[in-house]
Design a protein. Sequence first.
Length: 324
Amino acid sequence: MNSRLSWWNFLAFLLIGMLVAFVTGTVGQMTMDNLACRSTGYDADHFLAYCDSQKYASYEHGAFLYGLEVSAVSNIRNADVLFLGNSKMQAAFSTRAVTQYFSSMNVTFFLMGFGYAEESKYAFAILKRWNIAPKVLVINADPFFSEYLSPPAREALEGRSEYLWRLILKAAFQRVHRTVCLVASGVCPESNRAIFRSAKDGEWNWIGPYIAERAVPLDRSTQLIINETQFREAKDIGEKFLNHLRMDRRCVVLTGAPNSQLDSPAIAATVAASLNTESILPPSDGLATLDGAHLNPASAERWSGQFLEALTPLLGRCLPRYSK
């Protein structure tokens, strides 16, 4: 009997050893593949949301859908004010003005926008999965409401086993990457652009690790508007989206972060009127972008501050525990 137990103990230890070796090896390979990702944005609050590496790319898409960043998902669920949109929204509202405003108001918020020009279908999947019901919803609507899914969003929703395993490896890699680059910085090239994201409020840290700060004047001559087909699609999908959330439309705000590609404020105003929501559209005079699409830090600070001034009365109406 003892010899039989010894055999099973040996087999168990062997299998555990093989599993540990396999996991260690795959995490090691993930680390070697992505060691060049910039590491300067890590801290207790920020994780590596994106790295310009074929073997890493977007982590935030899957991390939010599958809850790998537990505190981020918890903060999304507990946010009084939830912001939705794409990278233009992230750039416009990842500001000190936003952080300081909500802190002074004792109001929680979260920026739940995504890169890859993501729109409503993926945001809806996350809201539905985690049963998220914000009290105030701010949407960068240019137009946002569509059936579009980016490649990383489609891959995440398909949820194939190889994708899920790679997602877990990305989460594990960050812990190794941060430690290695802190202890032995000489081995980290820091050559691949990266976006770091706050698990507390969703803000992006990307000026420097991903894109250089620039001031490209806003060019209205190149702005486009959506056509009638796109508008009808936005209205139909928007109705279904907001009906599912069962929100008071007076607590839903559509806006359009200014850029040189689209007349986002005009698009947002038209969609807001069709959906019977509120709209806040601060002036865009004198604003500049990083690249024609995303507001640069100085313009984002100014524009988001003006947006929040206009938002204040709505908070008083939509948040019962709101206190100035």
